[in-house]
Design a protein around this ligand. Structure first.
Ligand code: PAZ
Length: 309
């Protein structure tokens, strides 16, 4: 497996802005490890990775995920006092923007007298909250947003973050809510130019993406608290698959969710048993992430205490 992982990284197109990302990351970690005796730092991954079919990419295979879970969880972690590295798919849902309409620029603003752009009354409260909360999190140095698109970018960035967080130890957390491609076209076997159409059906052979969770746990950041996610469409196999992943990757918990009910409930699978976490149905504003993050933060506190004993 380690060979497969090394050859994945060796053959990946290098990150274009690696130096800039590394600098931002190190500054963020330095600031948060030294402020107020050191904050906890969570890396929240969010959105789906793409698999390009051509090196000069025109077409790609995508992975389902709106980024809602990652964005809502990030807000809750910041509220709980964490600093968050938000590793997200470009164009997906952002923290503090969940109450805004899908196309904020066109729907939120009006231009009544051709001189001043104003926020439409009906969206004023949501826009004010979004701007204030996001600006506060960034100004306090508690939110670092890093975008990715492809599976190549995602895994290289995850490795950078994990190795940068290594010294933060038990106070760091990985909350891996992104939907990561299981299959990809290896860079060296990918055609450079746009695949030609007009010559009949297209055969593509996809290789399996090496599973990086084991190496994250064993090498990159072995002391970090690690939460992975399992999504299934068949509820009959969900818990079994999540339990297998818990054992195989030795993560601290697996959040199991079914596609159609993922906004209503999840099951936190761990060695201490399975806990169903639900949205509070009698409160319209309530989201499943409110209770989920409360539980995860609690478990993380216990983990930190036990690590110091
Ligand atoms: O991004 P979203 O809110 O639409 O959905 C969240 C989710 C289902 C992608 C996430 O909860 C999850 O399960 N991520 C891991 C998916 C996987 O098993 O690959």
């Amino acid at each position: 497996m380690e060979d497969e992982i090394s050859s994945f990284f060796e053959s990946s197109p290098p990150l274009k802005n690696m130096k800039e990302i590394t600098e931002k990351l190190n500054q963020f970690i330095e600031l948060n490890s030294s402020s107020q005796g050191g904050r906890r730092i969570a890396c929240v991954t969010s959105g789906g990775t793409t698999v390009p079919l051509e090196q000069r990419c025109v077409r790609y295979i995508d992975n389902f995920s709106s980024g809602n879970r990652g964005a809502a969880s990030t807000e809750n972690f910041v509220k709980a006092g964490y600093a968050v590295i938000f590793l997200y798919r470009r164009g997906t849902c952002q923290p503090y923007c969940r109450s805004l309409p899908d196309d904020p620029f066109l729907e939120c603003f009006e231009f009544p007298d051709n001189t001043n752009i104003q926020v439409h009354k009906s969206h004023l409260e949501a826009v004010e909250m979004a701007v204030m909360d996001q600006q506060a999190a960034v100004a306090e140095g508690r939110l670092l947003k890093l975008p990715f698109s492809t599976i190549y970018e995602y895994l290289q960035m995850l490795r950078l973050i994990a190795t940068a967080l290594k010294d933060v130890g038990p106070c760091s957390m990985f909350y891996l809510a992104a939907a990561v491609s299981d299959f990809y076209v290896p860079w060296e076997s990918m055609t450079e130019h746009k695949i030609e159409s007009g010559s009949g059906p297209l055969d593509i052979r996809l290789a399996q993406v090496p599973k990086m969770l084991s190496i994250l746990r064993s090498n990159w950041a072995p002391k970090a608290f690690c939460i992975s996610f399992k999504l299934e469409t068949d509820s009959k196999i969900l818990i079994e698959k999540a339990t297998k992943a818990l054992r195989k990757y030795k993560v601290h918990a697996v959040v199991a969710n079914e596609l159609s009910t993922r906004k209503e409930e999840v099951v936190v699978v761990s060695s201490s048993g399975n806990v169903v976490v639900r949205r509070e149905c009698d409160k319209p504003e309530s989201i499943v992430e409110d209770n989920l993050i409360r539980l995860i933060v609690d478990r993380h506190s216990t983990y930190i205490k036990e690590s110091h004993n």
